[in-house]
Design a protein around this ligand. Structure first.
Ligand code: FAD
Length: 470
């Protein structure tokens, strides 16, 4: 009797370690074939970040040698559209005589609908499908209120999440060792994916499971202790930053949240690791994914709190939005953050909050435009976390910042970049000024060749408050 064949459809789970779909497929005498679907036209139409796609491609490439050692062939399906996945995957499964297609869930609505269509098509052809929750520590729908509904507020969610962890506390899955091998040619991974320059700073984001695991382990060894103290300060030297800079890897699934949690636990002697503030951030990531599944309107970019959004009159001013996109607002901390994003695909969490508050509250530009811009540029562009971050910042989200919380860009600069080092790095015109002058608004920056501030902060703040209170 020939061994059954299983297809593992890799998407944003580009890892061999702790990959539940792959572990399931390799669990017995089956032979396993990996498959990726490339839909560059859809990515481009949806404005996928080229930096993120570049990282994704290079991470896929980095799996080659280990994949070959395990004799796991890789098939590459280059498709015109997202909607071509069901037929193409079913056809491939038929050609290989595969009996099962396995994958790890993705949670935005489009992806869930696509996966539903793949399952329906495969099942019509008599091919089974199995899906797993590899992107979360606790699957959606498993952290519920006493009444059995989804949480809408973070703190009770995180408390319930910690309690529920006992039921989902599994060790990290090892790299599987398939026992049977099917002679099937692998396809080459295209260099360019026919997509806009897939460039990103690969010196900042090395790929490969070893390099990523080294980054994780170094962070928990050397920096997690001081995380709460240092996490709010953006730095020009990535090694000096207080946060882990692991989100790009989590986003493409080169690293799993369970691997992060296991590394944290192994490092902390403290039995109180469950209350670590770094774990708290991983739980925010889980919260936003749970919300996405519980409230499908979020995937359609509906606000979580429509009653708040109804009070806001978004201004459709393209000139102000363009100035924000280019980092030319005349507000140093905002502009420096946007320049960093444009050049490296990265922005520190504190600065994401500052620029998002600036755009949505002071310029009163619809949060969807900012979210879309981030999705096109961030190397860690992630639908759920980005949506959560933008809705939080504009006060229309679940457990969002209250409407009257409007970051003052000057004070934020003074607090989190006290020497003006970050600002001077990204806005070289300001280097000759003293730290105090670098942060001053208005005036000093303009004299040094930077644009005049495009708004008067106090007036814009008052106008926003009037609007939100109306
Ligand atoms: P660390 O501080 O080391 O945290 C560890 C991990 O926890 C992160 O890698 C990330 O996966 C998760 N995490 C941390 N903070 C948050 C948060 N607030 N919400 C959800 N998860 C979090 N994160 C993305 O991964 N992709 C995005 O597209 C994204 N867009 C954002 C947009 C806005 C407007 C805001 C305010 C936040 C956004 N975030 C996004 C959340 C956060 O800024 C990043 O996850 C964080 O900066 C990543 O840096 P780090 O890996 O060093 O995080």
């Amino acid at each position: 009797m020939t061994a059954p064949v299983r297809l593992v459809w890799l998407r944003n789970d580009l890892r061999l370690t702790d990959n539940p779909a792959l572990a399931h497929a390799c669990r017995d005498e089956a032979s396993v074939v990996l498959v990726v679907t490339l839909t560059p036209e859809t990515w481009e139409a949806h404005g996928e970040s080229a930096a993120r796609m570049g990282l994704w491609r290079d991470q896929l490439e980095s799996l080659q040698s280990e994949r070959e050692r395990l004799r796991l062939p890789l098939k590459v399906l280059r498709l015109k559209r997202f909607d071509d996945c069901p037929k193409a995957l079913t056809e491939l499964a038929r050609t290989l005589n595969a009996t099962e297609i396995c994958f790890n869930y993705e949670y935005p609505l489009n992806e869930r609908q696509r996966d539903g269509a793949v399952c329906a098509e495969a099942e019509k052809a008599g091919i089974a499908t199995r899906a797993f929750h590899g992107e979360l520590i606790i699957p959606p729908g498993q952290v519920l209120t006493g009444q059995g509904g989804p949480f809408k507020v973070y703190t009770p969610f995180s408390n319930a999440w910690r309690k529920r962890l006992i039921d989902f506390d599994q060790p990290v899955l090892a790299v599987p060792q398939p026992r049977h091998h099917r002679a099937c040619e692998s396809d080459p991974i295209p260099e360019d994916l026919d997509y806009t320059a897939l460039s990103y700073r690969n010196d900042l984001w090395p790929v490969g499971e070893e390099a990523i695991s080294e980054r994780l382990n170094r962070f928990v060894r050397e920096r997690v202790q001081d995380y709460a103290k240092k996490r709010d300060f953006p730095r020009t030297d990535p090694d000096a930053e207080g946060t882990s800079r692991l989100s790009p890897y989590l986003t493409i699934g080169a690293l799993s949240p369970r691997q992060c949690m296991a590394a944290l636990r192994a490092q902390c002697d403290d039995p109180d690791w469950l209350n670590s503030s770094w774990l708290n951030e991983l739980i925010w990531r889980e919260f936003y994914r749970h919300l996405l599944v519980a409230f499908p309107g979020l995937s359609r970019l509906e606000p979580f709190r429509p009653e708040v959004e109804a009070r806001i009159s978004w201004l459709g001013e393209d000139a102000a939005f363009d100035a924000w996109c280019r980092g030319e607002t005349g507000f140093p901390i905002v502009d420096a953050a946007m320049k960093q994003l444009l050049e490296t695909g990265w922005m520190h969490n504190r600065l994401r909050m500052v620029v998002a508050s600036y755009l949505t509250k002071l310029l009163r530009v619809d949060w969807r435009r900012g979210a879309d811009f981030f999705m096109r540029h961030l190397i860690d562009a992630d639908f759920a976390s980005n949506l959560g971050g933008w809705q939080w910042s504009s006060s229309v989200g679940a457990d969002a910042a209250p409407y009257f919380r409007i970051f003052n860009p000057q004070t934020q600069g003074e607090k989190f970049d006290p020497e003006g080092t970050f600002v001077a790095h990204w806005l070289p015109e300001l280097r000759a000024l003293t730290p105090h002058k670098r942060r001053q608004q208005p005036g000093a920056g303009a004299q040094a060749g930077r644009p005049e501030p495009i708004i008067d902060y106090r007036q814009a703040r008052q106008a926003a408050l009037n609007d939100y209170q109306s």
